[in-house]
Design a protein around this ligand. Structure first.
Ligand code: 13P
Length: 286
């Protein structure tokens, strides 16, 4: 099997692992002989990419160990969120320039926990996406329906609304600053489909459910490109990751779906042994 868009395996550590635990995780990964020959081969030309999205206090520790080990071609460090403004009175936030100063160029945006507990919206996710892409960041934008939306058959309507509002906000943000998102910027965007009912619940979307939602997102990008009146991420080359109770046991089945281009993994990314299994599973399909 081959994956035309490569495979990205991103571990979202959420509010876990301070700097000491982060160093310990990476040290164990090294002892487990990461990256194996097959992972190194798969990561050529960035076909396979690993990433860990760590708490803000652990970013620098993670980045410096990864650099020292010479793993930066295989394993990136990213933030779990970043604000759209470069600086200012935004207590508790991090910005693109602050992250760049410590060598971090990847950020997650619009995670459902940010939406559920911290009032973030499609609009703020869109502005963050545009701002970070325009600063040269790689961005993972999260979307996904909740349990009652799935039960009442509204999954596709919800995805369509989330994408429409996020990309409209992205466009408005760019226009207000006289900027434009180019294909080079879009090439750094991945969309993560994370059904909220599958996050941390042990209930994974079946490969059929994941494929159906991913294909819907890709088709939405294709169709909307003709009608939106402003540029959108290219449908055929934008990576779409699946997130929600991914484990080493179910990952290969999900990766077998043609429109699943990787995983955004919470719980199963916290232990080096299981994170490594996820990376190895991804290397098998490159
Ligand atoms: P779990 O893998 O723990 O379900 O978390 C998924 C997630 O929210 C990743 O961003």
């Amino acid at each position: 099997m081959s994956k035309p868009r490569g495979v990205l395996v991103a571990g979202n550590w959420k509010m876990n692992h301070g700097p000491a635990a982060t160093r310990g995780f990476l040290e164990t990964l090294g002892k487990l002989e990461f990256p194996s020959a097959i992972v190194q081969r798969a990561s050529r030309g960035r076909a396979l990419q690993g990433a860990i999205l760590v708490p803000a206090v652990s970013l620098e520790a993670a980045r410096s160990v990864i650099d020292a080990q010479g793993w930066s071609d295989v394993l990136q460090v990213g933030a779990q969120n970043a604000h759209f403004e470069a600086s200012g009175a935004f207590t508790g936030e991090l910005s693109g320039p602050l992250l760049k100063e410590i060598g971090v160029n990847l950020a997650l945006v619009g995670h459902s926990e940010r939406r559920q507990y911290f009032g973030e919206t499609d609009e703020s996710a869109g502005k963050r996406t545009a701002s970070l892409l325009s600063q040269g960041f790689e961005v993972i934008l999260c979307v996904g329906e909740n349990r009652s939306e799935r039960k009442t058959g509204r999954t596709k309507a919800v995805l369509s609304k989330q994408l429409t509002e996020a990309f409209q906000a992205a466009q408005s943000w760019m226009t207000s600053r006289g900027l434009e998102l180019t294909p080079t910027h879009w090439a750094r965007l991945a969309i993560a489909y994370e059904p909220v009912w599958a996050i941390g619940t042990g209930l994974t979307a079946s490969p059929e459910q994941a494929q159906d939602a991913h294909l819907f997102i890709r088709t939405w990008l294709e169709k909307s490109a003709k009608t939106a009146g402003f540029p959108l991420p290219p449908a055929q080359t934008t990576a779409i990751l699946y997130g929600g109770s991914v484990t080493p046991d179910n990952f290969s089945g999900l990766l077998a779906c043609p429109d699943v281009d990787g995983g955004l993994v919470g719980g199963a990314s916290l232990k080096p042994e299981s994170f490594l299994k996820l990376i190895e599973a991804a290397a098998q399909v490159i």
